[in-house]
Each structure stands twice: as C-alpha cells, then as structure tokens.
Ligand binder design. Structure first.
Ligand SMILES: *[C@@H]1O[C@H](CO)[C@@H](O)[C@H](O)[C@H]1NC(C)=O
Length: 314
C-alpha cells in the first residue's frame, strides 16, 4: 500500500492558548479588546491616509497599506480563535486550516516587505531630499506595493503547497490557537525535512533580505544625519524615522525569536506567547506608534474629530 502522501484526517482540533476552563472568559475578553483596538486604530489610519490631502505622500501611502496588512493579518486569526473559545469541539477543517496558513503567511510577508519599502522611503527622503518627489512618484509607489503583494502571495503559496504534501495520521490536535507552520509540522506523521529546509532557506532569505535592506538604509540615514550641523536639525530629521524604526524592532524581534530556531527546541508554550505578541499585539501597536509620535497624523485626526463633532451639532 502506497499512501504516504495522503492526509487521513479531515479536520484538526485547535486547542487554543489555554485549555484551562477558568481562563477562557478572561482570554476572550482580552483578545476581543485587543482585536477591537486593532481594528479601530488601523481603520482610522486607513481613513486618514485616504481622506486627508495633506497626508497624500509616499510615507502615508505605505502606512495605509501597512494598516491594511495589519487588519488582514489579525483577522485571519483572532475572530476564528474567539469563536473557538466557546466551541465544544474546537475543530477546523483541513481546508480551513490550510487557508489560514496561506493568508497568515501572505499577510505576514506583506508586512515584512512593506517595512523594507518604508525604509527605502525614509532613505530617499533623508539622503536625497531634493530628488524625493522625482524618485518616489505615485507610479513607483503603486508598483512597489504591487510587487510586495505578488511576492508575499508567491511565498505563501510555496509554504502552503509544501504543507499539503504532509500527511496527518492519528494525532490531529494542534497545541496552538491557529494553524501555523511549526505546530502543524509537529503533529504530522511524515517527514518535515523539506518544509524545514525551505523555512530555513527561503524564509530566512526573505526575512533577512528585508532586514538587511532596512539596516543598510538606516546606515545611510544615520551617516546623513551625522553630517547635519545643528542638534535640532539632527533630532528633527531622525524623529521622522523613529516610528518606522520602532515598528521594525518589534516585528523582527518577535519573528526571529519564534521561527529561527530548530524545530526540536520549539517550545509550544513560549511559541504561543511570542506568537500572540506579533500576531495580535504588534499590529495593534502600529497605528499608535505612527499616530501618537506624528504631528501630521494627530492634526489630521483632530480635524476629523472636529468635523464629526460639528456635523453632529447641526
Ligand atoms: C495601498 O496600495 C494601493 C495600490 O498600490 C493603493 O491604491 C491604495 O490607495 C493604498 N491604500 C491605502 C490605504 O493607502
């Protein structure tokens, strides 16, 4: 009998963050609140970047798209997880699980590429300020976002197809709150060698490639800033990068921690907590990192609130 490449399970059981009955309600409340903050924060950013002419610059164009990716990213995971808390069976179909893997990876990769593109935007703005409008034309911005989109979907397709090669036998319990690569590979009964190799080559290239690009951009930015004479000028120039740098540090910090370790040493409990960090907490923080530190966004937000307030009084 030759049936090694066939799945014999039709569904998986997502055990969630905790199986402890007493922790279910607090977890539900916590995640629902984070999800609500996440959605509202990112929707406000998207609305502001679209409706405020003042914010029609490449930086906000990319930021709007980063917010879209943030929304997609958490929406692939959190609503399903919240429903799961109150489900008795906690099942997810095989197709549902792979769909989640696909979208989760594509949105994560989108975020990765967008952060690199945003570093390039800061590099041109600071190191070639006079050529900025000529280099970063609307056309180039659209092309860059479109390339990020295409690359992320190809990347997601590769990992999802590799996942379909695995077979799952008796064990269909996933010790996680969504279908992610490592937890699925852990319960597979076939060899995960190819999957591991691809994660640790292609995955590493994509993440490290973007990260290296960001580091080089910032090396140029910092050397340009060091040439500015006045301390105020130095600080003002650097402050336009502060938000981006914070977002980069949080995203790559947690991602590296979760994925780039050998599968054998992957600890489920630690993995779950770190995954909560970058799937739910980081996307929730992005609008605040950009909004609170940024005078333009704050001004646009205040104007928008005023408009609502005034139209409400009429
Ligand atoms: C994101 O990118 C697309 C296509 O490049 C663009 O049309 C859209 O306006 C951007 N979205 C936001 C919210 O800025």
């Amino acid at each position: 009998m030759e049936s090694t490449n066939w799945t014999s399970v039709s569904h998986f059981i997502l055990l969630g963050i905790s199986t402890h009955p007493k922790e279910q309600i607090p977890l539900f409340v916590l995640f629902l609140s984070m999800y609500t903050i996440n959605m509202s924060g990112n929707l406000v950013i998207i609305m502001l970047t679209i409706s405020t002419t003042h914010l029609h610059t490449p930086m906000y164009f990319f930021l709007g798209n980063l917010s879209l990716a943030d929304i997609g990213f958490t929406s692939t995971i959190v609503p399903n997880m919240l429903l799961n808390i109150f489900s008795d069976t906690k099942t997810i179909s095989y197709i549902g699980c792979l769909t989640q893997v696909y979208f989760f990876i594509s949105f994560a990769a989108m975020e990765n590429f967008l952060l690199a593109v945003m570093a390039y935007d800061r590099y041109v703005a600071i190191c070639h300020p006079f050529h900025y409008p000529v280099i970063l034309t609307r056309r180039l911005c659209v092309q860059m976002v479109a390339s990020c989109f295409t690359l992320s979907h190809l990347h997601a397709l590769l990992h999802t197809l590799l996942m379909t090669r695995l077979s799952f036998c008796a064990n269909n319990q996933i010790h996680h709150f969504f279908c992610d690569l490592y937890p699925l590979m852990k319960i597979s009964c076939s060899s995960t060698y190819a999957n591991t190799v691809v994660i640790q080559t292609e995955g590493v290239i994509i993440i490290n490639g973007a990260l290296t690009f960001i580091i080089i951009s910032y090396a140029c930015i910092i050397s340009a800033i060091l040439h500015i004479r006045s301390a105020i000028g130095k600080w003002r120039t650097f402050s336009t990068c502060g938000s981006h740098l914070t977002a980069v540090a949080i995203f790559y910090g947690t991602l590296t921690w979760v994925y780039f370790q050998p599968l054998a040493s992957y600890s489920e409990a630690k993995g779950r907590i770190l995954t909560v960090m970058y799937t739910v907490v980081t996307p929730m923080l992005n609008p605040f990192i950009y909004g609170l530190r940024n005078g333009d966004v704050k001004a646009a937000f205040r104007k928008w609130l005023n408009r609502i307030w005034n139209s409400g009084l009429k």
